[in-house]
Design a protein around this ligand. Structure first.
Ligand SMILES: [Cu+2]
Length: 649
């Protein structure tokens, strides 16, 4: 991550004479210097984007104690039988602001020869749902217990974990979370955990994170599709949705991850033969029988369904049919953001729909009304998707039949997230609020394109030459923290693509030229905040304009550094349809960072690591963890921390 080195080089390159000692002193200790205090706070807020090496010198851990080796777990990656009742995944909850979990990443082969992958806890929980609150830390020690594999390529420094990408490398992406793109957090470009190696994540969720459904999966380049099809993914729930959408308070909830995998025997897709089979919480819906899974609902009780399209390549269009009639689905959140809650009121607004398009990686949370006693057939289907002349075959399938029960869902110690909290608590200011009325600082046009015969896939900013993704590529786009940009993303190819931005959500402003090419805009997402959006295929008619979406990107938050945007059809991503964006710190923040480094250098200190963006509790100076709060207190209460800061002179 070249951006991570920026702070250091900026310090060395800072023009002009060193700052006067009095100024430096004031920078830390003068309460009256409001501007410096403000900048200092800003520095602390963004400091996490410059993680270099960690306290104590371990290159693969931000934890003071380093990563823990997690031994392999027996009976990993187990799979329920076709037709099973869908159970919530096991659930783990944060306590006192922290959720700590150990994962063994494992593989096995099923009876159809498919490679399965999964995250296992030492206690045998597979792909647990991780429940956190805004402001919490998610600490994951993970050991890659899959077999070694030859080196594929070298990843240039600065490295995070290992430097060689192998056929069995992994890392973790915390999809949709607005967490920092730094080593030890949501950093996928330079992070590698190879066979036999361990790594410690310490992911800081911002206090203004919207409540809803997010998810985790591995994101090593060229290996994402195989890992997702193998099942290596799990849900993350940021708690508190009932505070923004009170209609869900106390409802039973189903956490549903829909994945895909090879069709047994690999028949040629077409007609009723899908490109990929689907699973619902790993219950297979396998061609040709396609026995649906079973979802239970208590008679007369509505439920909140929290659905993640965690498939690698399969686009979904969910519909609930009672005796063949599409039912109203009350959408309360899309991609983890409560619908309609970003207008400054903080109040969610329900979006009604009779079908919900879910791009690969997309999530929708919606209230399902129970069927009446006169309804004889109740099914959850995914409608057929026209993915374009070069696209996959995603035919309509019945995912589940709805079974009415007399009691609520069975709760065990390991899946005790079967209901939303009944108490509606206070709202909080969420990220991205009022983005719709922000003034954009610039506009860009990007386009998806392919060299289909060569299976090459590209995402390119207009006027640039398409290049395949390589983790060692320079940033394709550079912007500055504080900017608001309108991006128009065109599809110049003959199949659908699903645009995903890491680190930030974006506002859907328009969906253009869809009908002329044979597809329909999605009304449910218009004006909403999402992190993944479908741009449907161009029909190849040179008289037809390219389908496009225009979305508003919000770089005003704390996340700076290098991260990626890409098509979330994993096959396309792995084959090159991804690029790097660099968000430079704002001038004020960059200056403050440089000044702080100078100040510390004057103390013969240097910043070795700034691991935390929003809970600055782990800045590392000369191997010693410095509390960011101490810096803050220093700025306002010189008597205490000035002595601490100056004691090393
Ligand atoms: Cu794509």
């Amino acid at each position: 991550m070249a951006g991570q080195g920026l702070a250091v080089s900026a310090v060395k390159a800072i023009p002009g004479p060193p700052l006067h000692p009095d100024l430096l002193e004031r920078f830390f200790v003068r309460k009256s210097e409001a501007i410096f205090t403000r900048i200092l706070l800003a520095v602390i807020l963004v400091g996490g984007a410059y993680a270099l090496t960690s306290c104590g010198g371990s290159s693969s851990s931000n934890s003071a104690n380093g990563p823990v080796t997690v031994p392999p777990v027996a009976d990993a990656c187990s799979r329920p039988a076709a037709g099973s009742v869908v159970q919530n995944p096991p659930a783990l909850f944060s306590h006192d602001g922290v959720l700590s979990v150990n994962f063994s990443y494992q593989t096995t082969t099923d009876t159809n020869g498919r490679k399965l992958f999964c995250f296992m806890t030492p206690g045998g929980l597979e792909n647990p749902t991780l429940h956190v609150h805004p402001g919490d830390r998610l600490q994951i020690n993970i050991t890659n217990n899959t077999p070694p594999s030859p080196v594929v390529m070298q990843i240039n420094p600065p490295n995070c974990g290992q430097s060689e990408l192998t056929g069995s490398s992994i890392n973790m992406h915390f999809h949709g979370t607005n967490t920092p793109p730094t080593c030890g957090q949501d950093q996928v470009i330079h992070t590698l955990i190879n066979s036999g190696r361990s790594f410690a994540y310490d992911v800081h969720f911002p206090k203004d994170e919207p409540p809803g459904l997010y998810w985790y999966h591995t994101h090593a380049h060229m290996l994402t599709e195989a890992a997702l099809q193998g099942g290596a993914s799990g849900a993350i729930v940021v708690e508190g949705i009932q505070n923004i959408q009170p209609a869900v308070a106390g409802l039973s909830q189903q956490v549903l991850l829909i994945r895909d995998q090879n069709v047994a025997g690999n028949p040629t897709p077409g007609g009723a033969i899908p490109s990929w089979d689907l699973t619902v919480n790993n219950v297979p819906i396998a061609y040709p029988a396609e026995v649906p899974a079973v979802i239970q609902m208590q008679a007369g009780k509505s439920q909140l369904w929290r659905v993640s399209n965690s498939s690698s390549d399969s686009i979904l269009d969910l519909q609930l049919l009672y005796d063949g009639v599409p039912q109203n689905l009350q959408i309360v959140a899309l991609d983890g953001v409560p619908t309609g809650s970003q207008d400054g009121t903080g109040d969610g607004k329900i979006v009604n729909a009779t079908d919900i398009l879910l791009p690969t990686a997309g999530r929708a949370e919606f209230i399902v009304t129970p069927r009446s006693s006169t309804v004889t057939s109740a099914t959850l289907v995914t409608l057929g998707i026209n993915t374009g002349p070069d696209g996959d075959n995603d035919p309509q399938r019945t995912l589940a039949t709805i079974q009415t029960t007399t009691s609520g869902p069975a709760v065990t110690a390991s899946n005790d997230d079967s209901a939303v909290a009944a108490t509606v608590g206070p709202k909080w200011r969420q990220r991205f609020e009022k983005l719709a009325v922000a003034t954009p600082t610039s506009a860009r046009t990007l386009f998806f394109s392919e060299n289909n015969p060569l299976s090459q896939f590209f995402i390119t900013e207009a006027a640039a030459t398409p290049v395949l993704f390589d983790p060692n590529n320079p940033p394709a786009i550079t912007t500055t923290q504080g900017s608001v940009e309108d991006w128009t993303i065109q599809n110049q190819s003959l199949e659908n693509h699903e645009f995903h931005m890491h680190q930030i959500h974006f506002l859907v402003e328009s969906q253009d030229n869809f009908e002329v090419n044979g597809s329909q805009p999605n009304p449910s997402i218009q004006g909403q905040l999402v992190d993944t959006i479908q741009v449907p295929f161009w029909d190849g008619n040179p008289d037809h304009p390219y389908p496009s979406v225009t979305v508003r990107m919000d770089f005003r938050g704390a996340d700076i550094g290098d991260f990626v945007y890409h098509c979330h059809i994993a096959e396309h991503e792995d084959a090159g349809m991804m690029a790097i964006i660099r968000v430079l710190p704002s001038a004020a923040v960059a200056n403050a960072i440089a000044r702080m480094d100078l100040y510390l250098a004057s103390l013969e200190w240097e910043i070795e690591n700034r691991t935390s963006a929003r809970k600055p509790s782990a800045w590392c100076v000369k191997g010693r963890i410095i509390s960011g709060r101490r810096f803050v207190r220093t700025a306002s209460e010189p008597a205490d921390d000035k002595a601490f800061l100056l004691s090393s002179k």
